[in-house]
Design a protein around this ligand. Sequence first.
Ligand SMILES: *Cc1c(COP(=O)(O)O)cnc(C)c1O
Length: 397
Amino acid sequence: MSGSALYDTFARAPLSFDRGEGSWLVTTGGQRFLDFAGGIAVNVLGHSHPHLVAALTEQAGKLWHVSNLYEIPGQRRLADRLVAATFADKVFFTNSGAEALECAIKTARRYHYVKGHPERFRIITIEGAFHGRTLATIAAGGQQKYLEGFGPKVEGFDQIAFADLEKVEDRVTDETAAILIEPVQGEGGIRAVPNAMLRKLRELCDAKGILLVYDEVQCGIGRTGKLFAHEWSGATPDIMAIAKGIGGGFPMGACLATEEAASGMTAGVHGTTFGGNPLAMAVGNAVLDVVLEDGFLDEVQRKALLAKQGLASIVDEFPAVFEEVRGEGLMLGLKCKLPNTAVNAGFRDHNLLTAPAGDNVVRLLPPLNVSDEDIRVALDAIRSAAKGLAASAAGAA
Ligand SMILES: *Cc1c(COP(=O)(O)O)cnc(C)c1O
């Protein structure tokens, strides 16, 4: 037996945290770390945000769970607010990103089914994508390392290379139901789809009666400086999965859709026990209270510029360690020359937490309300770590 009763599915860093304070995490031993991993883009308002704590504790004292057999006022309210702020008319709440994607996939297939086209169930997805770890979402993501050993791949996903997006039209058939895409790939290495490409996809979908489905689980909820990343392009989807940031640390997600796209999701065809429960809704509403405040997203954009400029000059300073800085808003990536896991560990040695991603990238996903001062602390840590990494790389060469 291995050292723990837990499944060995995670390669964990040897750190246990006792509490969080804003952008900082404190270990059980009292060591302080600046958290630019943010629970992987989850802690949009940092740790222990007073408004979120108050919302959760107030709800916890009243009512935790009732099931979707009854009305849940917090759900109606959050759905109304998401609808008012987006392209969507309809919302289904889930507990996670993968479940939000499952709902999105089912919504797209049902749309064509009720229109009399059950043969249109195939979904075009993009290489390097990440949509979750359920059987359907690993098929959608298409990464061999996540599919291996789990039986036949769920049918109906056709993957296209990121570089071949220009030629996506060639992959459309009479069976194509939807195109599923992250406007900015997160796990794939902070790879943004050009705005013009999103607009082109929108046009293609309109021309062919295909649904455009966005996965904004990671890039949504203010991460890029707009409430949703696709807003930079003006190309709205028919269906969108969200999660991570909307709960600010409370597990929740949602599938948003236009009335038309959701037309197949009639009574009884889909469900959830926990999704949209009163605790999650209290927190989701509290997150929106802050993120939708006047000027909040402008501040995200201002801080993002500060962070990105700082990172760009560090990249110039240490060409043996870094190749480039990428990303929008506070969804930033450092493409590395050295192995990203070594760079990530180097940052950790300087009390800065970040998250590795595909394409040899280290992700920086600070709280959206991070202070200018904490951005400077992070940049100093990155510079110090880069010095050490560059020196040991030169020594090894
Ligand atoms: C994290 C993530 C998911 C999966 O979310 P879970 O809550 O882990 O199921 C799906 N899509 C994207 C883009 C993600 O970043």
